[in-house]
Design a protein around this ligand. Structure first.
Ligand code: NAP
Ligand code: MG
Length: 481
């Protein structure tokens, strides 16, 4: 029997009557551990403790807060190998990606350790004589953080770090598919010397525990990353209480390659953008929009690259692409392969499950050609190592296809033309744009987020996070001299 890990509520690790088993998707005989599911009474205690902690969190000395965030960041970076291995073991991304994610999570904490000391307000003279105005930001209060499994440590960190930096109490509900990463991050944060109940961890199903959390009137703000459908239900629950919320949701990002592009770099970007993380990235370029003049060469090089993408156990050093995260995700992906074929897409690579040394949820990198933008495989987020190609005669035609989507997270272009690159940057209806780079891979000190159905609310990361995790207070002071 493997170890049982609890939730962190009111400064204690507590277990419960219900536990889930965390399975390694690369090797389903490998049980990572048992994880307690918080019950309703525990959630209530958690919210009460968070509310009681607010005065202490708000007045917690800035330098001590900054030092604590730095300590968390440094520990994550120092233990990136060990924690990355655990992340890869439970989520299925190859070890270099798991390690890179934990390191990046550390960078978020170190960045916000600096932001703690850059909380500057404004002041103004009033239109009334002898009256001065002080404008400052205060913490939101109790913030619920709900995170997905695909970047279990990074998404949570880019929310938790600014929330703590600006003096909030955080209640974190991670995805049930990746509880081990959540447990480890909570362990590091609770040892950092922040005020008690700065962060509490409640694991449990999204549809029950997550829903209870975001529907509770005692929550001041909800930061969510996950699917569009769940995002809409969270928006409804939060709106009913007029709770502030921000959503980072799904996508259907396009990568356009023009006739003057460096084809080898474009192919590498298509592989990184479409198949790293087994295609399970909100920034994945699942729609490839390719100029007809270079199509044959591009397709030839891309299928060759896919044939070299060794699929296997995430912890095997030869692995270039790990398994899909779960059995249900694998089943869903295989249904999409069938659906794409039924609507006329031409399967040129993969499209099948794979048998590897260990028993796991393995799928071949998959590529469809001869698609058009009305097909559902080009409209709905699939979240799989599955890309489609559409061909174009002109840049204008390509731009139309790139923007013809309900989503708006990232768009990418490969070209040597400065004029087209500039036009593209200014014309795409997305929150992020990449030129001669993969769509996946963003920095941590600048805003991140999308448009249309990909996002709602203020931007995350960098300085932009002040907006969500704080609220403005305007004070009028009469000097009465
Ligand atoms: P998901 O199914 O929407 O789940 C996300 C989180 O919400 C999980 O913790 C889940 O808990 C919880 N949840 C589910 N139903 C809920 C409800 N009714 N109320 C409150 N919480 C609820 O998404 P996922 O499958 O984990 O992640 C994949 C999705 O995330 C993709 O659509 C991807 O594009 C998106 N994503 C977006 C970004 C971005 O920044 N735009 C980044 C990464 C991922 P359980 O899973 O434990 O049930
Ligand atoms: Mg899910």
């Amino acid at each position: 029997m493997s170890e049982t890990f609890g939730n962190f509520i009111n400064n204690q690790w507590v277990t419960s009557d219900t536990i889930i088993t965390n399975i390694n998707p690369s090797d389903t005989t490998d049980i990572i551990g048992q994880y307690a599911q918080a019950n309703d009474a525990q959630l209530n205690e958690c919210i009460e403790s968070a509310r009681k902690a607010l005065p202490a969190l708000r007045s917690f000395p800035l330098e001590a807060r900054s030092n604590a965030l730095n300590m968390i960041g440094k520990e994550l970076m120092e233990r990136a190998e060990e924690l990355g291995k655990l992340l890869s073991r439970e989520e299925g991304k190859p070890l270099p990606e798991g390690k890179g994610e934990v390191y990046r999570a550390g960078q978020f904490f170190c960045y916000y350790a600096g932001e703690v000391l850059r909380q500057l307000g404004e002041n103004a003279d009033s239109v009334r004589p002898q009256v001065e105005i002080d404008i400052r930001r205060e913490p939101m209060g109790v913030v619920a953080v709900i995170s997905p499994w695909n970047f279990p440590t990074a998404t949570a960190s880019w929310k938790i770090a600014p929330a703590l930096a600006f003096g909030n109490a955080v209640i974190w509900k991670p995805a049930n598919l990746t509880p081990a990463s959540a447990y480890m991050l909570t362990d590091i944060i609770q040892r950092s010397g922040l005020a008690q109940n700065a962060l509490q961890l409640v694991m449990g199903s999204g549809s029950h525990l997550g829903h209870q959390l975001v529907s509770d009137k005692r929550i001041d703000a909800v930061s969510f990353t996950g699917s569009y459908e769940v995002g809409v239900s969270i928006a409804q629950a939060a709106s009913a209480n007029l709770t502030k919320f921000q959503l980072e949701l799904g996508s259907k990002n396009a990568l356009m390659v023009l006739e003057d592009a460096d084809i080898d770099s474009a192919v590498s970007a298509a592989v990184v953008g479409g198949y790293s993380g087994t295609g399970q990235k909100c920034t994945a370029s699942s729609r490839l929009v390719i100029h007809k003049k270079i199509y044959d060469a591009f397709l030839d090089k891309l299928t060759t690259a896919l044939s070299q993408l060794t699929v296997g156990n995430a912890l095997d050093p030869n692995t270039k692409m790990g398994p899909v995260v779960s059995k249900s995700q694998l089943d869903h992906n295989m249904q999409w392969v069938e659906k794409a074929q039924n609507e006329g897409a031409n399967l040129v690579y993969g499209g099948k499950t794979l048998t590897c040394k260990d028993e796991g949820y393995y799928m071949a990198p998959t590529l469809f050609t001869d698609t058009h933008n009305k097909m559902t495989c080009n409209r709905e987020e699939i979240f799989a190592p599955l890309c489609t190609i559409q061909t174009i005669d002109t840049y204008e035609e390509g731009l139309h296809i790139v923007n013809d989507t309900d989503y708006g997270l990232v768009a990418g272009l490969f070209t040597r033309s400065l004029a087209k690159a500039t036009h593209f940057r200014r014309s795409v209806e997305t929150g992020c744009v990449t030129i001669n780079l993969p769509t996946a891979g963003t920095d941590y000190h600048v805003p991140f987020g999308g448009r249309k159905n990909s996002s709602f609310g203020s931007r995350e990361q960098g300085k932009a996070a002040h907006e969500f995790y704080t609220q403005v207070k305007t004070s009028y002071i009469h000097s009465q001299f």
